[in-house]
Design a protein around this ligand. Structure first.
Ligand code: DON
Length: 615
């Protein structure tokens, strides 16, 4: 069985960058920022129970059972994610990708990057018409939208590297296989998402997806209908029996490529001989990276490095805010005042400006014009997270909004709608934060005929053209340009916060495109700065700012007084639009008591494990 895994732990530039950054801060004694200092001995205290939080209750039950039967957080996360591929087809997947952050109760954390990869012959001119204009649907619902899936390799790698050894991969896949074969009852959220994706939607447009998700007499499946997926059960069985080779090769690979060929023919051969092929599938590898780590108010914050922008934006915002007196800006209920919200928004604006200009896949890729030469688009994380730039950004925040802020410019001298999240903590204190996605709700809407899984439309996360927003309104630059073999820039932000060297205090993440980052940020601030209980912090109304567009989106529940003060006192331009991603989080108090919170904006559930690893 091929490894399908690339280790970038020691060579990881972002890791070196953050280590250098921490050393720089420690040496400079940067205000409000704490370096790692003398490592403390690992805390012996463990959580009193294991917890699983995810967006669908059947998947939570599977993860909970794995913990109760002696599995650890990695085992439970894999079983939960495989089950989500069956019962949460909007985002749970085999045909998509994501990031998993493993944080053991003793030792270093690790990121499994299973982001999709652009087929090697794709270039971004595929999305342009003869006049050089972007044809929006090409990167959303045609074969050109589909990146080589990463989830099968990534989930297998998470199990192989960090599973307890008590469960085989096939045992973890068994509940998903059984549910795909026996069927499950469609719940209200899936029914609602299916209803809103038709009749002109992507599911209705693809005959195979329509046959799967519509009733025989027409119209999307409704709440209470039974959804049976025998072909998906067989795909999962091949994966369970052979590991990733049973997905990236053999019958599943054949069926996937056949579907792409059929759809490409239907689309007038948009991809033609550049279409994803067996070599693209065979070449896929999950990549193991060191987490991107920073410090906020003495807490260690671990998150994901590029090709996600999530960890970077989160850490830049936290570093900027760490030097501001957030504790003095609390309203009577303990929440943030309008000035605190204004600071959050301005810090988000600044970090998203740098994201748009500088973030992208850090790995070398074949230069299409370079006769076998390799090319790298540098991500200048050291400069962007360095003390000097953080201080400059902090000083740039005044009393009024500054929509015109520009990203970092290198000097000639040094330095260059639908996802799902699950959080797991086991009773030993190991944590997994795992975010996975097809990108849009139900991805590209293309269902692999005979194999029963949906394909992603992740390639829309590349910056198609400077200044052209993607489906989340995000703009980008050359750093995130599509070349065959690259991974599109993500906003996924699976995050773990530790105290005292080892003790996990928060495990969290969300779907929501760029709102993932700002949602994780705000829950983290409400818990760590405002001392709000986790459930209150998750439910609290959110704000969202991503540099372009200039306006900030506010949730309707934000009190009118705060809305008015943001507009008038702080000159914040506002806009309509969603401001929140669906947080799935676990907090652990100093006595080891864990609390799970599934965002009340969604259908999720919290499972508390009682048993061997749940005590
Ligand atoms: O990786 C990303 O940032 C996006 N593809 C995530 C998409 C997403 O979160 C949609 N969910 N609502």
């Amino acid at each position: 069985m091929a490894a399908r895994l690339r280790l970038l732990l020691s060579a990881e530039r972002s890791w070196r960058a953050q280590a250098a950054f921490a050393a720089l801060l420690a040496a400079a004694g940067a205000p409000g920022c704490k370096g790692p200092g003398t490592p403390k001995p690992p805390e012996l205290q463990r959580p009193v129970a294991g917890v699983v939080v995810a967006e669908q209750s059947l998947a939570v039950e599977v993860g909970q059972r794995v913990l109760e039967q002696g599995g650890n957080a990695a085992d439970a996360a894999v079983a939960t994610a495989l089950m989500l591929a069956v019962v949460h087809p909007q985002a749970g997947n085999l045909g998509g990708g994501g990031f998993a952050l493993w944080v053991p109760h003793v030792g270093e954390g690790e990121v499994v990057d299973f982001r999709e990869v652009a087929p090697r012959r794709y270039q971004q001119d595929l999305y342009l018409d003869a006049d050089g204009e972007v044809v929006a649907r090409r990167s959303l619902e045609t074969p050109l939208a589909v990146g080589v899936p990463g989830s099968p390799a990534g989930l297998h790698a998470l199990w192989e590297r960090h599973g307890s050894g008590s469960f085989s991969f096939a045992q973890l896949a068994a509940p998903a296989i059984q549910t795909a074969r026996g069927g499950f009852t469609v719940g209200p959220y899936l029914a609602e998402d299916l209803a809103s994706s038709g009749p002109g939607g992507r599911i209705a447009a693809d005959p195979t997806a329509r046959a799967r998700f519509h009733r025989p007499d027409g119209g999307p499946l409704r709440e209470g209908d039974l959804l049976v997926q025998e072909d998906l059960a067989q795909t999962l069985e091949r994966l369970a029996a052979e590991g990733p080779d049973g997905f990236y090769g053999g019958r599943t690979a054949e069926l996937l490529l056949q579907t792409l060929r059929t759809v490409d023919a239907r689309e007038g051969l948009l991809a033609g001989d550049r279409l994803m092929d067996a070599a693209d599938l065979a070449a896929y590898e999950a990549t193991v990276r060191a987490p991107l780590t920073g410090w906020f108010r003495g807490f260690e914050v671990l998150s994901v490095p590029p090709p996600s922008s999530g960890g970077f934006v989160l850490l830049q915002v936290l570093s900027i805010l760490d030097g501001l007196p957030l504790e003095t800006e609390r309203d009577e209920a303990g929440g943030p005042t309008a000035r605190a919200l204004h600071w959050w928004i301005e810090a988000m604006r600044l970090a998203f400006a740098d994201r748009a200009e500088h973030l992208g896949d850090p790995e070398a890729f074949p230069d299409p014009e370079g006769q076998g030469a390799m090319r790298t688009l540098e991500v200048p994380l050291e400069a962007l997270l360095g003390a000097e730039w953080i201080a400059t950004r902090r000083l740039a925040i005044g009393e009024r909004a500054q929509p015109g802020v520009a990203p970092w410019v290198p000097t000639p001298t040094p330095e260059s709608p639908e996802t799902t999240h699950l959080s797991v903590l086991d009773a030993e204190g190991n944590a997994v934060a795992l975010t996975t996605t097809l990108n849009g709700t139900f991805g590209s809407g293309l269902l692999v005929e005979g194999a029963g899984f949906l394909l992603n439309n992740e390639l829309d996360d590349f910056s198609i053209q400077a200044g052209t927003p993607n489906m989340f309104g995000l703009v980008g630059a050359e750093a995130n340009q599509l070349y065959g073999g690259r991974r599109p820039l993500s906003s996924m932000t699976p995050t773990v916060v530790r105290e005292g060297g080892q003790r996990v205090v928060l495990v969290l993440g969300a779907p929501g495109g760029p709102r993932i980052i700002t949602s994780v940020l705000q829950v983290l601030l409400r818990v760590l700065v405002h001392g709000q209980p986790l459930e209150e912090a998750v439910a609290a109304p959110r704000v969202h700012q991503q540099w372009r567009p200039e306006g900030t989106a506010l949730e309707a529940a934000l009190p009118d007084g705060l809305r008015t003060a943001l507009e008038t006192t702080h000159g914040q331009p506002l806009r309509t639009g969603s401001a929140a991603g669906l947080i799935q989080a676990i907090a652990v108090d100093p006595t080891g008591q864990p609390t799970g919170a599934s965002d009340p904006r969604s259908d999720g559930a919290v499972g508390v494990a009682r048993g061997p690893k749940g005590r």
